[in-house]
Design a protein around this ligand. Structure first.
Ligand SMILES: Nc1ncnc2c1ncn2[C@@H]1O[C@H](COP(=O)(O)OP(=O)(O)OP(=O)(O)O)[C@@H](O)[C@H]1O
Length: 169
């Protein structure tokens, strides 16, 4: 895969957050990405600690304040996460579209967050909790590159062809 009408092949990072795993939704969420012909090129399971959470969400405190950072950091360390690197045309925007907006109560039906969750920022922060929104997905090119590098060594990423690439593109 090189380019599709000007759309470049991109790699993006997805985390299935602890709420996705404890609810047994990992397989169903991964299926949504596979159904959209996104290719899994890297995967691992990790229980994040404070230091790694800070590295992943390095700008969250500055962007959204210390309370949001505190609840999000606690939430992300409640259980293991599954990290995926997905590859495809326009993968960064495509994955964000499949995932839906940050606050599940605003995410349309048909998106992962809209279908499997319903929390709002206001309700969550009022009860001292993070927005349990099941997935993290890189927001833009720069973030995707930083996050893939943070989570994966080069030799942990695989190069192979899917049937869609062989037969469709
Ligand atoms: N107001 C809030 N109250 C509680 N938790 C919040 C709030 N805003 C954001 N969060 C948590 O912080 C995470 C990071 O927020 P960010 O603005 O980066 O959204 P996002 O890019 O959609 O989410 P993510 O980075 O997890 O993909 C959110 O996914 C959510 O879990």
């Amino acid at each position: 895969m090189a380019e599709d009408q000007g759309n470049p092949v991109e790699r993006t990072l997805v985390l299935l957050k602890p709420d996705a795993l404890v609810r047994g939704l990992a397989g169903r969420i991964i299926t949504r990405f596979e159904e959209a012909a996104l290719k899994i090129v890297g995967t691992k399971m990790k229980w994040m600690d404070e230091e790694f959470t800070r590295r992943h969400y390095f700008d969250l405190e500055e962007r959204l304040g210390s309370e949001v950072y505190r609840v999000t950091s606690t939430f992300m360390q409640q259980g293991p996460v599954i990290a995926l690197v997905l590859e495809g045309f326009d993968a960064i925007a495509t994955v964000r579209k499949i995932v839906g907006s940050t606050y599940p109560n605003q995410a349309p039906a048909g998106t992962v967050r809209g279908d499997f969750s319903h929390y709002s920022a206001a309700g969550s922060i009022a009860s001292g909790k993070a927005v349990a929104n099941l997935v993290h997905a890189s927001g833009n090119k720069e973030e995707a590159q930083q996050e893939v590098e943070l989570w994966f060594d080069k030799d942990e990423l695989q190069d192979y062809k899917t049937l869609a690439e062989v037969y469709t593109y």
